[in-house]
Design a protein around this ligand. Structure first.
Ligand SMILES: *[C@@H]1O[C@H](CO)[C@@H](O)[C@H](O)[C@H]1NC(C)=O
Ligand SMILES: *[C@@H]1O[C@H](CO)[C@@H](O)[C@H](O)[C@H]1NC(C)=O
Ligand SMILES: *[C@@H]1O[C@H](CO)[C@@H](O)[C@H](O)[C@H]1NC(C)=O
Ligand SMILES: *[C@@H]1O[C@H](CO)[C@@H](O)[C@H](O)[C@H]1NC(C)=O
Ligand SMILES: *[C@@H]1O[C@H](CO)[C@@H](O)[C@H](O)[C@H]1NC(C)=O
Length: 465
């Protein structure tokens, strides 16, 4: 107890952020020469299934997560006291952010729509009927055809988690249950005093929660999940931080370090634009990053669809080599956004600091014996998992694929607490002085978080500076 008190005092004493940037490891992911001239996809992009012998490999459609087969159990002197997980949602239809992509692949979600209804006092079977959304278009509405022939007739919400993505969510929950239920003493049903589930204001995270919870707590039919206001949500995140935005803009659109890869990829862009009918330049972001093409091509492949051809010519198609190059470029971009740009560490500290303050408080509550919660599960986005990886300065950054997760495991041994952080189910390797996050003293992580953020007042002020 005495040693705990001394440690508490030492965490409180630290103030003011002093972000130190540690460059990432060199690999094919962040080697622009390889990205532009190499071959092959940086992982699996055409199926949710990874063969057991390759488990751990990057799979954009369904990233590796904790499960019994690969889980490393610690010796008996370590007891697992608390687990917090943050994951990206599972696979989905593309976003509708630019609906002028004209091509020959259609999607159908008939009978698979998201469910939306208010729960009456007595619940689903007695007070309410389950309501499913089925998107439709009516040509009498003259705006219908202006949003892109590629999608006329669709029955999908864009985006929505597909039925395959719901199955992946369920499997993810069952796999986590197989590891953590016995170790944390979790029952068949969700006990809200011990377990918290959190989502963002984007409904696709609730769609994942439905599948995940059925796997995690097979005896639970309905659950309340936590959600913060979209004006200041720390999970998505949506809180306002002008300094983070200006840092990001300076090292992307305002920097030759960023724009070079777009210029170098001009021939690829010309081909993709000729298939999709996208103008260059455009005002919807098709040429400021590879995000839109990556999302389009990968969503199709992950759902077993073919690569698209032009609506005007069935012989003008995106090739597998071109798609693979888009996937290498997309991963290069995420490595640049969150690790290679020297200001990326400060960006992640400001942009995701509020969530790390919450995480630290959850861990402190357990260490000081005040916490009752044993398991906290956050369902979020690539825009959430990425700054977690950026904040922790992971050695090898990638674009976090569908279902990717970071697990914070808090262990106790005698009177000391240790943290193991798992990425893709294995201890995360960072470029920081903390090295591999495999049973580091929890105070080391607290000190690191302090060094990145300072106090909550520092974070508020830092965002405005
Ligand atoms: C980057 O990739 C190119 C092409 O594969 C290779 O020749 C070069 O050595 C790589 N650079 C580094 C730093 O690994
Ligand atoms: C997925 O892609 C890999 C590598 O390009 C290929 O070997 C495999 O046959 C593909 N699988 C399917 C189901 O298309
Ligand atoms: C392609 O991507 C855009 C932007 O994300 C989206 O609006 C469009 O629906 C996608 N099209 C297909 C067929 O994936
Ligand atoms: C561009 O990259 C160099 C080398 O990493 C770095 O020193 C410089 O700060 C970067 N510029 C921007 C605007 O990110
Ligand atoms: C298809 O051809 C028409 C007529 O030439 C043209 O206006 C349209 O932009 C073309 N669409 C695509 C996707 O290339």
């Amino acid at each position: 107890m005495v040693s705990d008190l001394i440690l508490l005092v030492s965490w409180v004493a630290i103030a003011r952020a002093t972000v130190v940037y540690y460059p990432p490891a060199q690999s094919n992911i962040n080697n622009l020469t390889f990205v532009l001239t190499g071959t092959g996809a940086p992982g699996i992009f055409n199926s949710s299934t990874t063969p057991d012998k390759n488990y751990g490999e990057y799979n954009w459609c369904n990233m590796p997560h904790v499960r019994t087969r690969e889980y490393k159990t610690l010796s008996k002197e370590y007891t697992l006291e608390y687990v917090e997980i943050i994951q990206r949602h599972h696979k989905r239809t593309p976003y509708a952010s630019n609906t002028f992509f004209k091509e020959d692949i259609t999607w159908s979600c008939t009978g698979e729509g998201p469910v939306a209804y208010g729960k009456g006092p007595s619940g689903v079977s007695s007070d309410v009927t389950e309501i499913q959304w089925q998107a439709f278009e009516d040509s009498q509405n003259p705006w219908t055809t202006t949003v892109g022939p590629g999608f006329v007739g669709t029955t999908c919400q864009l985006p929505q988690i597909t039925s395959e993505g719901i199955v992946d969510s369920h499997t993810h929950g069952s796999d986590l249950r197989s590891v953590y239920a016995s170790r944390l003493g979790l029952g068949q049903t969700l006990n809200p005093a011990a377990v918290q589930i959190r989502v963002t204001n984007n409904v696709i995270t609730s769609q994942v929660a439905g599948g995940l919870l059925r796997g995690l707590f097979p005896g639970t039919d309905n659950a309340a999940v936590l959600i913060q206001s979209s004006t200041f949500d720390s999970l998505e995140p949506t809180y306002s931080c002008p300094r983070a935005n200006s840092l990001f803009n300076a090292y992307t659109s305002g920097s030759g370090n960023w724009t070079t890869h777009l210029t170098d990829a001009a021939p690829l862009y010309a081909k993709l634009d000729s298939v999709s009918g996208t103008a260059n330049p455009d005002t919807a972001g098709w040429h400021t990053s590879f995000d839109h093409y990556y999302d389009n091509l990968s969503a199709k492949l992950c759902h077993g669809k073919t690569l698209p051809c032009s609506v005007n010519s069935s012989s003008l198609c995106v090739t597998q080599d071109e798609a693979d190059t888009v996937f290498r470029l997309g991963n290069w971009e995420y490595s640049y956004y969150f690790r290679d740009a020297p200001d990326s560490a400060e960006y992640s500290a400001l942009h995701y600091g509020a969530w790390f303050l919450e995480l630290k408080a959850h861990l402190e509550a357990v260490v000081t014996g005040q916490g009752k919660v044993k398991y906290f599960h956050n369902i979020a986005h690539d825009g959430s998992v990425s700054p977690v990886l950026g904040f922790l300065q992971i050695a090898n950054m990638v674009w976090p694929g569908m279902g990717s997760e970071v697990v914070f495991e808090l262990y106790k041994k005698q009177n000391s607490y240790f943290l193991r952080v798992l990425w893709g189910g294995q201890p995360m390797v960072t470029s920081t002085l903390m090295g591999t996050l495999d049973l580091i003293p929890v105070e080391t992580m607290f000190n690191y978080i302090d060094s990145m953020i300072g106090s909550s007042a520092d974070l508020l002020a830092g965002c405005q500076s």
